[in-house]
Design a protein around this ligand. Structure first.
Ligand SMILES: NC(=O)c1ccc[n+]([C@@H]2O[C@H](COP(=O)([O-])OP(=O)(O)OC[C@H]3O[C@@H](n4cnc5c(N)ncnc54)[C@H](O)[C@@H]3O)[C@@H](O)[C@H]2O)c1
Ligand SMILES: CC(C)(O)[C@@H](O)C(=O)O
Ligand SMILES: [Mg+2]
Ligand SMILES: [Mg+2]
Length: 349
């Protein structure tokens, strides 16, 4: 474990240099890892583990689209692909990667296979932190660990195939075997993490729920929609409004931020743009600060978790979500976006 200085605060991190894949393979050489669920994280984590040489099987409901997807991805029924309970029985490490709501419903079937010495692995602090709402209370004689990739399972797989890695946080909630820490770090390296930073289950779920509702997904759509509306109300065309709101950000400016930070992106824009951005970022911060404070309070009170449990436990939750995504897709802004994307020269090759 290395100590790294993050803007003046020293934190524990683990990198592939100090914990190479060979060490991870050695630590887990006698383990059977069952990845339960084959939605978004399931494929990314299980395929990365398999390609890295670990002993991994998949547990998924038969007669489901994702069972068929697992078969298409090369998992073999009866050999490396099983019904959820059968996979849990065979496993020494159960990676619980069902949706957070489904984890509640399926918990009794998983719990009965959590015999002494096994490890229960999550990719989110949700189930265990909000145990009063989820009912997920692991037995005391198993390790309870977490690797939470900080991004989509789709990116986890794509970056792995490019020889890169998505960063993940890690935590140990329960160390029953004395091996929980080496198990979790080895799994973090195994699923393809770029580096691992330390957290707790509670800190992970609070920050993750805030981030995805905030700047990563919710706030960004909100601020896009507000600017697009103002431009349209003032007579700008959809293509101009979309380009000035979204396309330039994703195609030109955010890659520069990702590469070298905000000041570097600013420095690569005109002095006119720099003057305006440096003047306006603080009013935007001040306007949104109360919303972020309210959001964090809702997360900490458990209200966001409860809302997610209630809506995503309904039988028709997928149809409802798809309907809301359709509304977003069919809004003028994102329809303009579809046309803009179709005009990117690389799409016409
Ligand atoms: N989506 C991501 O990229 C991402 C990123 C980081 C962490 N996570 C966390 O990883 C975990 C898995 O998330 P996900 O987005 O991959 O899940 P998901 O929503 O894609 O669902 C995963 C699987 O759950 C199955 N499932 C749904 N309801 C079920 C039920 N009642 N019984 C049995 N199976 C059922 C689905 O068939 C699917 O295979 C969650 O804890 C999530 O918070 C997800
Ligand atoms: C990919 C995200 C948003 O980081 C994850 O937290 C999720 O819930 O899907
Ligand atoms: Mg999340
Ligand atoms: Mg997240």
């Amino acid at each position: 474990m290395a100590k790294m200085n993050f803007g003046g605060v020293v934190e524990n991190v683990t990198t592939r240099e100090e914990f190479p894949l060979s060490k991870a393979l050695e630590v887990l050489k006698n383990e059977t890892i069952a990845v339960i669920g084959y939605g978004v994280q399931g494929p990314g984590q299980s395929l990365n583990l398999k390609d890295n040489g670990f002993n991994v099987i998949v547990g998924q409901r038969k007669n489901s689209k994702t069972w068929d997807k697992a078969v298409a991805d090369g998992w073999v029924p009866g050999k490396t692909l099983f019904e959820i309970e059968e996979a849990c029985e065979k496993a020494t490490i159960i990676q619980y990667l069902l949706s957070d709501a489904a984890q509640i419903a399926v918990w009794p079937s998983v719990k009965k296979h959590l015999t002494a010495g096994k490890a229960l692995y999550f990719s989110h602090g949700f189930g265990a932190t909000y145990s009063d709402r989820t009912g997920i209370v692991p037995p005391k004689d198993v390790d309870v660990i977490m690797i939470a990739p900080k991004g989509s399972g789709t990116s986890l797989r794509r970056l792995f195939l490019e020889g890169r890695g998505l960063n993940s946080s890690y935590a140990v909630l329960q160390d029953a075997t004395g091996r929980a820490m080496e198990r979790v770090i080895a799994l973090g390296i195994g699923v393809g993490s770029g580096y691992l930073f330390e957290t707790t289950f509670k800190r992970e779920v609070y920050s993750d729920l805030t981030g995805e509702r905030g700047t990563l997904m919710g706030a960004i759509q909100g601020i896009f929609a507000a600017q697009y509306q103002v431009l349209r109300e003032n007579g700008h065309t959809p293509s101009e409004a979309f380009n000035e709101t979204v396309e330039e950000l994703t195609q030109s400016l955010m890659p520069l931020v990702g590469e070298n930070g905000m000041d570097w992106m600013y420095a690569n824009c005109s002095t006119t743009a720099q003057r305006g951005a440096l003047d306006w970022w603080k009013p935007f911060r001040d306007a949104t600060l109360p919303v972020f404070k309210k959001l964090y309070a809702e997360v900490a009170a458990g209200n966001e978790a409860q809302r997610s449990i209630d809506s995503n436990s309904k039988p028709d939750y997928r149809e409802k979500l798809n309907q809301e995504l359709k509304e977003l897709r069919e809004s003028e802004m994102w329809q303009a976006g579809a046309t803009v994307r179709s005009l990117r020269p690389e799409r016409n090759k």
